[in-house]
Design a protein around this ligand. Structure first.
Ligand SMILES: C[S@@+](CC[C@H](N)C(=O)[O-])C[C@H]1O[C@@H](n2cnc3c(N)ncnc32)[C@H](O)[C@@H]1O
Length: 435
């Protein structure tokens, strides 16, 4: 069994080599009592990695000398614990040094102790010395800051700031198993502070967040974890009884399940390219008592899985950079590369091109990403519209729900929620009807 600080340091070392925190933390055998602290430490470190790395460079006498990756990781965790968690300083230093020994860094344990103690002694000077570095100040890589300034000049600072906050816990009420009001009443009777989303019918937030297994209603399928912005997608799809609906990028099944909770009589096909992720769709549907046709395939390879009958609705919740969900997954900003965006846009455009012919006349294709980068959103839709119009034949018309979302940013064709707006994740939505 790993100790929490050892697990957090291993997760950070893995992240620095390109692996996700969820994957790294999921692989480690951790005592259930230790898991919340390991997660809190690893996520705080990822969230504030820009400044922690800049500080480490200042603290080391020979910053360019080769070091074990685990040494950087444990010092970065130690700095993050001192700066962002409530542990008393002396305990944070002593426990970090002990964790360094458990990581096999016996010879470097004295150095870990010295670096953290020096940080504590010279804290204000060191913090000030990194404040002018954009990556340390904003906790984002340089290319990401530039992309945001290019795409959202007026909102870029607010987005960066929102990305550094901890994510709230939004839940979705399974309306097939009771009303939201009944759920709110039950949660408050259990001593939880829960409130309804002002604009979304099924969403409620629990503050402070807590592990879902401890929330009444989760294990028996009356509640699911889903950000409010993701829940809005059902209002764009508007599933109707009897409709054939394709959820082309379905895993882990949050939106598939929401569509079925809204409209159990719809025939939903849930497709995903990743088999291990598709099995999570089944688990979620089983917990919620819902049924869909599950298919493991590349959605763009329609000859392999389509039965030739048109769909009334197609949802393309496209693979994307995840730049709208950095609050929830702070490792994303360090794992992505600027060069990923071109590849992602190409995949997004390809999915639209291949799936559009499967839409029935009068049908609606809803496109969404949890990204704020325009090249994955407006650009993809605008390019696709142009292509459809150039090709002639069927025409694609933009559609939006009649209820506007107050205060949302200008993102035509489509709608963009920026991270932190009404405490939601960043999300982009567009819908095209085939006429
Ligand atoms: C943003 S996630 C979908 C989230 C999901 N809709 C939900 O609400 O739970 C994108 C999904 O697209 C899948 N994917 C990526 N490329 C695909 C492709 N060519 N065909 C089908 N699925 C794909 C990924 O495996 C991933 O599960």
């Amino acid at each position: 069994m790993s100790n929490a600080r050892v697990a957090a340091a291993r997760a950070i070392a893995g992240m620095l080599e390109g692996r996700s925190l969820d994957q790294m933390l999921g692989e480690q055998a951790l005592d259930p009592d230790q898991r919340p602290f390991a997660l809190a430490l690893a996520f705080a470190c990822a969230r504030h990695l820009g400044s922690a790395r800049a500080l480490l460079q200042k603290l080391l006498s020979h910053p360019n000398r080769a070091r074990p990756a685990s040494l950087d990781a444990i010092v970065l965790c130690g700095l993050s614990e001192l700066r962002h968690l409530a542990t008393p300083d002396h305990a944070a230093v002593a426990e970090t040094v002990a964790a360094a020994r458990r990581l096999g860094l016996q010879r470097q344990a004295g150095m870990v102790n010295a670096l953290l103690r020096r940080y504590l002694r010279e804290r204000s000077r060191l913090d000030a010395s990194v404040a002018s570095d954009p990556t340390a100040a904003s906790e984002h890589p340089g290319w990401w800051i530039e992309q945001l300034r290019h795409d959202w000049s007026d909102h870029a600072d607010a987005i960066l700031c929102a990305n550094n906050q901890r994510a709230p816990l939004w839940l979705r009420v399974n309306r097939r198993r009771g009303s939201r009001q009944a759920m709110l009443d039950q949660l408050s009777a259990s001593g939880l502070n829960a409130e309804a989303h002002p604009l979304l019918d099924d969403a409620l937030r629990i503050d402070p967040p807590r592990p879902v297994e401890q929330i009444p209603g989760f294990l028996d399928g009356r509640l699911s974890v889903q950000d409010a912005a993701a829940q809005r997608v059902a209002d764009w799809v508007q599933p109707q009884p009897g409709q054939r609906i394709l959820d082309a990028c379905a895993a882990p099944g949050g939106k598939t399940a929401h569509l079925l909770e809204r409209c159990p009589d719809a025939q939903v096909w849930a497709l995903d390219i990743a088999p291990e992720r598709l099995s999570r769709v089944q688990e979620n549907l089983d917990r919620l008592g819902l049924e869909a046709k599950l298919i493991c395939a590349n959605a763009a390879d329609t000859a392999h899985w389509w039965d030739g009958k048109a769909f009334d609705r197609i949802l393309v919740d496209a693979p994307c950079s995840g730049s709208g969900v950095v609050r929830r997954h702070p490792d994303i900003k360090w794992l992505r590369r600027a060069s990923d965006l071109a590849q992602l846009s190409a995949t997004q455009g390809e999915l639209l091109r291949k799936l559009w012919p499967l839409l029935a006349p009068g049908g609606r294709l809803v496109y969404g990403t949890c990204s704020v980068f325009r090249c994955e959103n407006q650009r993809v839709i605008a390019d696709f519209l142009e292509e459809v119009h150039r090709a002639g034949g069927s025409t694609a018309h933009l559609w939006q729900p009649s209820e506007p979302v107050p205060g949302s940013a200008e993102a035509a064709p489509g709608l963009q929620i920026l991270p932190g707006e009404r405490d939601e994740d960043g999300f982009y939505y567009a819908a095209l009807e085939r006429r």
